[in-house]
Design a protein. Structure first.
Lengths: 1504, 490
């Protein structure tokens, strides 16, 4: 089989692949086999085509496939040898090397293992294939495909069948795949089974059928067809990576895969199963190296299943629902989950998994429910489940039920039993299999029940000495530790970071600082750990694990830790747990992590080796809890950095396969920040005891247990947030998951102690780590005590500039020079500014400081021949800062300057005042669309030149934002469609982007509304951003913005500011290289931002591949910002980051200053272009070969860095910059026909009625039409019902998105996700087809995330809908007959009426508007922000009116029933009213009544 | 976390000075101690900037936001630790420094009112009951001579003594402190502050020798031989003269320093009226517009002058910062009103003395003035007379406070083979070492007459270099380099 991935090169690493997809199955409930089921499966697959993707070549798909029951009759007909009865032979396709000799070698291996495992080879079949129409890449990678047939005897000589035969086939397959891979002649089995068969390949959905003629053969029959269409972020999919795998098709991504792989590897030592004969060793590794997350998942699922569990049981072990915080859960079911949590950590990440063993076929959603899944059942026993509704054309009269997959719930069809098995039934049965609760009672111990031990208080001198040893700074005490202990939360900072990354810092840095947090963007969503806390868990159990495959009462002999951070007293309890000798199964030992300083790095290394040996011996001696400690250092003995110690021991034990026999607890003196705890957990610690931080708190603030408790809470909350950023819900799966990128660590160090971690530019090794330890140690044991008189700790200077502290690029001098230069318009002063900044970058301020320009390579050109500065400034833009986060004065200053220059300013995520929308001088050309969707209306979008989707921001990738109530002044509230004085929250994820195909959908939506605007996608640099960018390019973005980790003007938790994301140099270079390798570079513009300050920065960025450049901090400074870094407090003393009218008077900025800045900058760029021999920036873009790495690095730490991977230019002949347009395929939208039909209305408002059919492929229906209406008639749209459209069928995603007033869409059928997204005044009605036989109110009518960001308009849904109905609705009115989890989340306005059940977590984060729910179950409401009330008299009138409208529009019997019983029925409703909203409304009413200033009254109320 | 709204809630307020009529009756400090509530409230105006320009504005690098916050919370012991971390003598700087930090305070942008940093500083040290000596735990066995006991010399001495070296400070005067002792009137700095600090230095092992004028009483070369290193901190006391002005030789025309030193010495003796140059009943004319002139002004009023007129060659400065020429956070050219100015006297700007008029007895009776304009041309100041503006004002006592021309320690330098530069100051390498091996320089003697904070900063930095020169282990803090200059318009 040909290798289709490009080799690892430059910054491109194929292991960064991500994928997502569409998944479906069709089954005959009664198990009746037919070719029709196969055909329908394939049809559904084709209807999911838009969820898959294609690469640079439109005829190369990312992968498609199908799993069927063994088509016995067909196979007998096509093979020329005898087959045993069905079920007694195993068969499957084999992907073999194309080279004949290699193929023969692979086949020999297969024959060998068949014999070894007691199987007999029945024969081979050449599978007919038709490669015509395949793309070049797919053809290049195409394997030879044959089909093999095996049988096996049992002891009596009878042919084995069923699971017994499956186990033999499994043993054969595992060994063949491993050995052929090792021999370089890889054989891959899409399946090898007596129950199912898989056809798949690097194909588009329609190619699957044409490529495998088998699939069209009418003899090929099955009762089950499971299909999958893949969207890979890269265009390097390979044939084996197509789904389905043997048991499953997966839509999603396992975020914790590194940890899961490691844990599985560690478990291998203890794995035994009576069911699988022989030593399992021969089948290892269970998880194939380099397998994708889905492939590994499938392998573990297979093992659990073949070892005796049913497929649903195995699936639930790996993807448990959120049981931890659900008080309503049945006790037995909870015990089932609690017990299994002791066996295995969840495989965490967004997942919709469809699975089959040939008998049952089912699907499950992960606990967050972040993937769609819809099913129908027909009256003739057909069940269809798919990522979307409407993938098969079925007569609506025959559909008897419609449902959806719900978070954590399983949907199962048993074709033998001939029925659908409900989630409750499956789980109740599993929970009853064993007395799990009894086992838990006997086995599990809680920390609180362990005996108390003495609390030790340390002297000030002792604390001080150790603070010095571990490099504590005054700043950390003042800014981090103190506030966390008193406030119980990690502090917030602003204005990004401008200090050196650790390997460039001259100062000794903690090892933690070399690790950068990874975060979810695009291919998977971050979680909302605050508003959706119920799905998260900080709890973990520690203690030895047993045999995964033979669980029993002993498996849960573990200690429960509710929190991953433990205080000193709790640690003492654990350490002394077996003091009385009564708990030998928990023997604990403290391992001293100190090393002799005088032996240097060699001593450090020796000591780590010694510790590893020592812990191995301890485990042999029965120790089951290891406490790795750095206590008790002396003048001679220094602490091994806790992280190094933890990772080294963890990885040693994983390699030794003893890891699961012990718990690792870390007693750490150097750990004190949220980030530190996260890294320790991420590299294997089960719990962390930051003892010195506790002792520092007692020393600084007094011995008070509540201070320590608050500090622990702050750490826990912070860790939860870091996990959520990566989309991980539970600490147990975060533990060991290694979701970090190392920047500045030597690869040998990483391979030895942090294997599996990416470290792309080399860096420090043990020698430098030792030097850093020594430098800190020297402060604790100084040679000259005078140094420390009055200066006990280092001042720090990471967060705030200090003379003796860390280097900052913006310091008093550079801020002053920049302001003075631009205000006095002196280019000489500007030159002084840039030379000062450039000098600071050379000293380590940034990676780009290490580059030099190779001006000698090309002949310079005269300056006057270089394009004018006025051209260059058009490539500049200012950063996304919302009106609201900054003042009108500041916002407009930037906009005016950029408009005058022809550059672009950015609205940020706060919308734009209509007054500015139409003012060419003051408008912002770039309109941002962020997760809060504030002010994102059709009018806003059609007035954009660029629309920017913010996937992440540099200051806090993976986190949401917040505008506190006291900043929501009336003028801000108006623009954001919110209530004055009521806080506004942007959720961490875009609730309509949980995957790459969702992003493609949003791009498509926006493009429909405004086809003229470029759509940007803003990403933040981290390892793998290049592959994400490739995916984004395939999702048809016009511009990709790569932000550095350092940028960002917004407020952010300090750990995010400092430790999340990577420098843009890395992200940009990786993006450029990956896009070039993919052949995608020519169709997207690449933009970069993040602390760009000088002309040199711009030219380096251009050479690395950027065409456009964003600036935020620098222009703000020009406008008067002095880097106070208090933007979040509304006290900006220079009138920028504030709405306070008094402070705004202090604003001194002028547009001219900003213009001066950009013109000076452009002049500098011209100078560099001339020196490099270019006449324009276009010529320079992507010429990374003109950068060189500074020859002699005069830096004690940076010497080990190797930046050459950044300078790699892949050898392709493709363009290095954008040369052509994306093909958005807008002409295929149904809207083009609608627009034509609506011509009279668009011309002069003449009413029109339109009637048409609709399919799920018709996405964003109404958006383009609505955009036209808005463009012509403005924000107010047209009179009601001017364009009245009736549709029949299944509406595609984003039905009715951004539809303005005057457009009414009436859909008879059902709809998918995102109905009414951004609804801007239009009316949407969704009701079942008249022929539908079912009761609408009990069935699903539309999908998830409906009315997301709607600002006005109406929606009537007759039937139930999915998760997050009305999320971030800020003005629309809706009636619906039942909603899923998280209904009305983050709502800030509008009215929602629910005439049916709600899911859990209703009204989470709801700060405005009102919801009326019929028969509300109050336990399902998140009461943090809302009150529950009866419906008052005036509201009753409005409510009745809405229900009446609902009846009139949809004919709902539920509405009719209520109206019949009105007003009695009114008492059955509960009003869900946000408290702040109520208070603000009351203040407004009171002020109006008394005639006082309404604005002031509201703000007074907000500040109260 | 500091109070983010402090500056919005509280206006700038410093403690009320003692009433003019009362304070003119004595030489005690014009500022009474400030009440704790006021100081803590004022400290709460500090915003704890991400980029604290005050901290850069201070040559010492005082960690102003840190101790402001500690004062805000009443953590006085921690505050003095933070203050002493960068500043050996906050009781001096808190009284004498013109506070470039306040000019650089973010709150002073656009004419705002900066935090009362200087008041907070002095109140921190005012609340220290006793200065605990911090003697070196071990001795290096090396000896250092420090010549001059002004702030630079004392700072160097304290740093070196704490680092374990045997330090001897030589002072030519009869009492220690340099300009602090007799150059600065008690109403700005009462002398017990110096004595208290000296006691700490003595307890830390610093030896003091007064009344020995190195270069005169004892050869500087000899001193160098007797010590492992020498730090010259002799100040810049060569008063600038105006020898070509007719009548300069008349009686009653004195250097300002002669007036001040005599007066302060008399105050020190408890007999202010015995000052050798006394202004009682006289029309006093002070030439010059700086600190020294203001000191003379205050002394003259206390001595009972009939009138005091202060003459300045430069025009009346603007009351507030000119953003074009002196943008924030640079040290602005503005009209500075010292406490002495509110005690009386008149100020004339843009005038020059043409001659001192002889009373006929060889004593001055009047000063002949003319209006002038000063323009900068090619980095030189060119003074031109405005014709027809000549006039006379009565003068019985004329005090020249027109600056200093570098060091007067000429003999010592000669003995060491060190040549002063054209400004009369002594150059040094990046390690503060002069052209003579082992001879270091710090303070005004190096920088020319400057602020006390520069003197202490240089003393600390030079000590760090001396320590390294002596092979000391570790490093002492060095807040400035010899070439460091304040942030200014390039």
């Amino acid at each position: 089989m040909a290798e289709s991935y490009p080799q690892r090169q430059g910054l491109y690493d194929p292991s960064n692949e991500h994928d997502a997809c569409g998944v479906a199955f069709v089954a005959d409930v009664a198990g009746r086999r037919s070719h029709d089921v196969v055909r329908r499966g394939l049809d559904a697959l084709c209807r999911l085509d838009h969820r898959g993707a294609r690469g640079a070549e439109p005829n190369t798909g990312d992968g498609a496939g199908i799993v069927l029951q063994i088509p016995d009759e067909f196979l007998r007909a096509v093979v020329d040898f005898e087959l045993p009865p069905v079920g007694r032979y195993a068969t499957g396709l084999v992907f073999l090397p194309t080279n004949g000799a290699d193929e023969a070698r692979a086949t020999t291996v297969l024959e060998k293992y068949a014999i070894a495992e007691g199987a007999r080879l029945l024969g081979w079949r050449d599978v007919p294939v038709d490669p015509s129409g395949l793309g070049a890449s797919a053809l290049r990678a195409r394997p030879r495909i044959r089909q093999v047939f095996l049988a096996a005897y049992d002891d009596t000589g009878e042919d084995l069948g069923g699971l017994d035969l499956e186990r033999v086939a499994f043993c054969v397959r595992k060994q063949v795949e491993r050995e052929t891979r090792e021999r370089g002649v890889p054989a891959y089995f899409p399946s090898l089974s007596c129950r199912t068969i898989c056809y798949k390949g690097m194909l588009t959905p329609d190619q699957l059928v044409s490529f495998f003629p088998d699939l069209s053969d009418p003899r090929l029959d099955s009762a089950i067809a499971l299909v999958h269409s893949r969207f890979s972020t890269n265009t390097f999919p390979s044939w084996p990576l197509a789904h389905p795998y043997r048991y499953l098709a997966h839509n999603g991504e396992i975020n914790t895969i590194r940890g899961n792989r490691n844990w599985m590897a560690a478990r291998e030592a203890l794995i035994e199963s009576e069911l699988i004969p022989g030593d399992l060793q021969r089948l290892y590794p269970i998880c194939t190296q380099d397998g994708s997350d889905s492939a590994n998942f499938d392998e573990v699922l297979e093992l659990l299943h073949l070892a005796g569990r049913s497929l649903p049981h195995a699936v639930l072990m790996m993807i448990p629902e959120a049981w931890e915080n659900d008080p309503a859960m049945d006790a037995d079911r909870r015990a089932f989950y609690r017990f299994h949590a002791c066996l295995m950590e969840p495989w965490d990440g967004p997942a919709s998994v469809a699975f089959t063993d040939g008998t049952v076929v089912g699907a499950v959603l992960d606990r967050n429910g972040l993937r769609p899944g819809r099913w129908w059942q027909t009256d003739d026993g057909l069940v269809v489940l798919a990522s979307e509704a409407g993938v098969l054309d079925i007569d609506p009269g025959r559909v008897v039920a419609k449902g959806r997959l719900a978070p954590g719930r399983m949907f199962l069809v048993d074709t033998v039993a001939g029925r659908i098995v409900g989630d409750d039934e499956i789980k109740a049965e599993l929970a009853a299999q064993h007395p799990y609760d009894d086992w838990l009672h006997a086995g599990m111990m809680s920390l609180t029940t362990l005996p108390e031990r003495e609390h030790v208080v340390y002297t000030h001198d002792s604390v001080l000495r150790r603070q010095q040893t571990f490099g504590y700074t005054e700043e950390e005490l003042k800014i981090l530790i103190g506030p966390m202990a008193t406030g119980g939360a990690e502090p917030v900072g602003s204005m990004g970071t401008d200090t050196p990354i650790s390997p460039l810092s001259m100062r000794p840095r903690l090892l933690y600082d070399y690790f950068h947090q990874l975060f979810a963007q695009v291919t998977n969503p971050p979680l909302d750990a605050i508003r959706e806390e119920l799905v998260t868990s900080l709890g973990i159990t520690i203690g030895p694990e047993g045999n995964l495959l033979a669980p029993g009462p002993a498996s849960c002999r573990q200690i429960v830790l509710p929190f991953p951070v433990i205080d000193n007293d709790e640690l003492a309890k654990i350490l002394h747990i077996d003091d009385d000798g009564d708990k030998p199964g928990f023997k604990a030992v403290r391992v001293s992590g100190l090393y002799p300083l005088r032996d240097g790095a060699a001593g450090l290394k020796r000591r780590i080796t010694e510790i590893c040996r020592h812990v191995s011996e301890a485990i042999e001696d029965g120790v089951r809890i290891l406490v790795l400690s750095d206590r008790d250092s002396t003048v001679d003995l220094a602490p091994v950095p806790s992280l190094l110690l933890t990772a080294a021991v963890h990885q040693h034990l994983v390699r030794e396969k003893t890891r699961t026999q012990v718990a690792l607890v870390v007693e750490s003196g150097d750990c004190r920040e949220v980030h530190h705890v996260a890294v320790l957990l991420g590299y294997g610690a089960a719990a962390v005891n930051p003892y010195l931080a506790f002792e520092s708190i007692e020393d600084m603030l007094g011995v008070d247990a509540s201070l320590v408790r608050r500090y622990v809470k702050a750490l826990g909350k912070g860790v939860l947030k870091i996990m959520s950023k990566m989309g991980i819900s539970t600490v147990s799966s975060y533990c060991g998951a290694q979701v970090f990128e190392a920047i500045g660590l030597d690869s040998r160090l990483v391979d030895r102690y942090f294997a599996g971690t990416t470290s792309r530019i080399g860096g420090i090794g043990l020698a430098e780590i030792h030097a850093e330890v020594m430098a800190r140690h020297a402060r604790a044991y100084p040679a000259n005590a005078a140094e420390l008189v009055h200066r006990r700790l280092d001042p720090g200077g990471e967060y705030q500039w200090r003379r003796e502290g860390e280097l900052h690029l913006f310091n008093p001098e550079t801020v002053f020079l920049l302001q003075h230069a631009t205000r006095s318009r002196q280019s000489s002063v500007f030159a002084k500014y840039t030379s000062t900044v450039d000098e600071l970058t050379e000293r380590g301020g940034s990676l780009r400081g290490l580059f030099t320009l190779r001006t000698a390579d090309r002949a310079p050109v005269p300056l006057e021949e270089v394009e004018a500065a006025s051209e260059i400034v058009k490539r500049f833009s200012t950063g996304a800062m919302s009106y609201g986060s900054i003042s009108a004065e500041a916002h407009e200053t930037l906009a005016i300057a950029m408009n005058r220059l022809g550059g672009r300013s950015n609205t940020g995520e706060g919308g734009e005042d209509p007054d500015r929308l139409y003012d060419p001088a003051r408008r912002s050309a770039v309109k941002q669309v962020a997760s809060g969707r504030f002010g994102v209306t059709a009018e806003y979008l059609v007035n954009a030149d660029d629309i920017q989707i913010k996937m992440a921001q540099g200051a806090k990738p993976g986190e949401g934002g917040q505008l506190p109530g006291n900043k929501v002044w009336p003028w801000i509230a108006r623009v954001r469609h919110a209530t004055p004085g009521v806080g506004l929250i942007s959720p961490p994820p875009h609730h309509d982007i949980y995957s790459i195909e969702d992003l493609a959908q949003l791009i498509y939506d926006l493009k429909n509304v405004n086809p003229q605007a470029r759509v940007h996608v803003k990403l933040v640099a981290e390892v793998g951003v290049g592959t994400v960018a490739a995916g984004v390019a395939k999702a048809k973005a016009d511009v990709i913005l790569i932000s550095g980790h350092d940028g960002g003007t917004g407020a952010s938790p300090l750990n995010s500011l400092k430790h999340a994301g990577a420098p843009w140099e890395l992200g940009l270079a990786e993006t450029q290289q990956t896009l070039l390798l993919n052949g995608l570079r020519d169709r997207v513009t690449v933009q970069v931002d993040g602390q760009l300050k000088t002309g040199r920065d711009v030219i380096v960025a251009a050479l690395l591949g950027a065409e456009e450049f964003g600036f935020a901090t620098a222009p703000l400074i020009v406008a008067g910002c002095v880097m106070m870094r208090v933007c979040h407090l509304d006290t900006c003393p220079v009138g920028i980051a504030t709405q306070n009218p008094v402070l705004r008077q202090r604003f001194t900025g002028k547009p001219e200053f900003v213009e001066n800045f950009f013109l000076f900058l452009a002049e500098e760029v011209r100078g560099y272009l001339a020196a490099l021999g270019f006449r324009s920036l276009d010529e320079a873009i992507g010429h990374a070969e003109l950068l060189d790495v500074r020859p002699a690095l005069d830096h004690w730490k940076a010497r080990g860095l190797d930046l050459t991977p950044l300078l790699h230019v892949p050898s392709t002949d493709g363009a290095r910059r954008r040369l052509r347009e994306q093909d958005h395929r807008l002409h295929l939208a149904l809207d083009t026909a609608l627009i034509e039909a609506a011509a009279p209305a668009l011309a002069d408002g003449t009413p029109v009625m339109i009637l048409t059919e609709v399919r799920n492929e018709h996405r964003a229906l109404g958006a383009m039409l609505g955009g036209q209406v808005t463009r012509r008639f403005g924000g107010k749209g047209l009179p009601d019902d001017t364009i009245d459209i009736t549709l029949r069928g299944s509406g595609g995603q984003s039905f009715g998105a951004f539809v303005p007033s005057g457009v009414t869409l009436r859909l008879y059928g059902d709809a998918n996700d995102y109905v009414g997204k951004g609804l801007s005044g239009g009316r949407l009605i969704v009701r079942p087809d008249e022929a539908a036989p079912f009761a609408a109110e009990e069935n699903i009518i539309a999908g998830n995330t409906i009315l997301y960001g709607a600002t006005s308009g109406e929606l009537f849904c007759r039937g139930r809908v999915g998760e997050r109905f009305g999320v971030r609705n800020s003005g629309a009115v809706a009636v619906v007959e039942g909603v899923g989890d998280h209904g009305c989340e983050y709502m800030t306005g509008g009215t929602v009426v629910v005439l049916g059940p709600t899911g859990r977590n209703f009204a989470a984060g709801m700060s405005g508007g009102v919801a009326f729910v019929w028969h509300l179950d109050p336990t399902l409401v998140n009461l943090e922000l809302v009150d529950l009330e009866g419906v008052g008299p005036s509201d009753r009138v409005a409510l009745r009116d809405l229900i009446e409208r609902h009846f009139l529009e949809t004919g709902s019997p539920v509405a009719a029933g209520l109206l019949r019983r009105w007003p009695a029925a009114a008492t059955e409703f509960t009003a869900v009213v946000p408290r702040d909203y109520k208070r603000a409304l009351a203040a407004i009413r009171a002020a109006e009544a008394s005639g006082s200033d309404v604005d002031m009254a509201v703000m007074v109320a907000a500040n109260a | 976390m500091p109070d983010p709204k402090g500056f919005l809630e509280h206006e700038r307020r410093v403690v009320e000075r003692r009433p003019v009529p009362v304070r003119l009756l004595d030489y005690r400090e014009v500022y009474p101690p400030a009440p704790e509530a006021l100081v803590r409230q004022q400290a709460s105006r500090c915003m704890d900037c991400g980029v604290p320009f005050c901290h850069e504005g201070c040559p010492l690098g005082n960690r102003i936001p840190d101790w402001n916050d500690l004062v805000r919370t009443g953590a006085w012991p921690a505050a003095i630790e933070a203050l002493h971390a960068t500043n050996n003598f906050p009781e001096f700087t808190g009284r004498l420094c013109p506070a470039p930090c306040e000019a650089a305070c973010v709150l002073s942008i656009a004419g705002g009112e900066p935090v009362t940093i200087k008041q907070v500083e002095v109140e921190i040290i005012n609340r220290v009951p006793s200065l605990v000596p911090r003697p070196a735990p071990s001795r290096s066995g090396r000896t250092v001579a420090v010549v001059g006991s002004g702030p630079a010399g004392l700072a160097a001495a304290q740093q070196l003594a704490r680092a374990g070296h045997q330090v001897t400070v030589y002072e030519r005067d009869d009492a220690l402190g340099g300009l602090l002792r007799y150059g600065i009137p008690d109403f700005k700095l009462e002398k017990h502050h110096i004595d208290r600090r000296l006691a700490q230095l003595s307890a830390e092992g610093v030896a003091f020798v007064t009344g020995v004028h190195i270069g005169v009483d004892r050869s500087a070369a000899d001193l160098r031989t007797a010590h492992d290193a020498v730090v010259l901190a002799c100040g810049a006391l060569a008063g600038r003269d105006t020898p070509n002005t007719p009548g300069r030789g008349l009686g009653g025309v004195h250097f300002a320093m002669d007036h001040l030193v005599g007066a302060n010495r008399a105050v020190a003796l408890g007999a202010p009226d015995t000052a050798p140059i006394h202004a009682a009943g006289k029309h006093v004319v002070i030439i010059g517009g700086g600190d020294t002139a203001a000191d003379c002004l205050g002394v003259a009023h206390r001595q009972g002058a009939a009138s005091v007129t202060q003459l300045d060659r430069y025009p009346l400065p603007p009351p507030a910062r000119n953003e074009d020429s002196d943008p924030w956070p640079t040290w602005p050219w503005i009209l500075r009103n010292y406490p002495a100015h509110e005690e009386g006297g008149t100020r004339e700007f843009a005038v020059a003395v043409q001659s001192f008029v002889d009373s006929g007895t060889g004593h001055v009776s009047a000063v002949r003035l003319v209006d002038v304009t000063v323009v900068r041309q090619d980095d030189e100041r060119v003074v031109s007379v405005v014709p027809g503006t000549e006039r006379e004002i009565p003068a019985d006592l004329v005090l020249l406070a027109i600056g200093f021309d570098g060091t007067d320690a000429v003999p010592a330098l000669r003995q060491l083979g060190v040549v002063a530069n054209r400004h009369g100051t002594v150059d040094c390498g990046p390690d503060w070492q002069t052209s003579a091996d082992g001879v270091f320089v710090a303070g005004d003697m190096h920088r020319g007459a400057s602020l006390i904070v520069w003197a202490i900063a240089e003393g600390r930095a030079a000590a760090a270099s001396v320590h390294a020169y002596l092979g000391g282990s570790g490093s002492l803090p060095a807040p400035v380099t010899p070439k460091a200059v304040p942030l200014a318009v390039p």
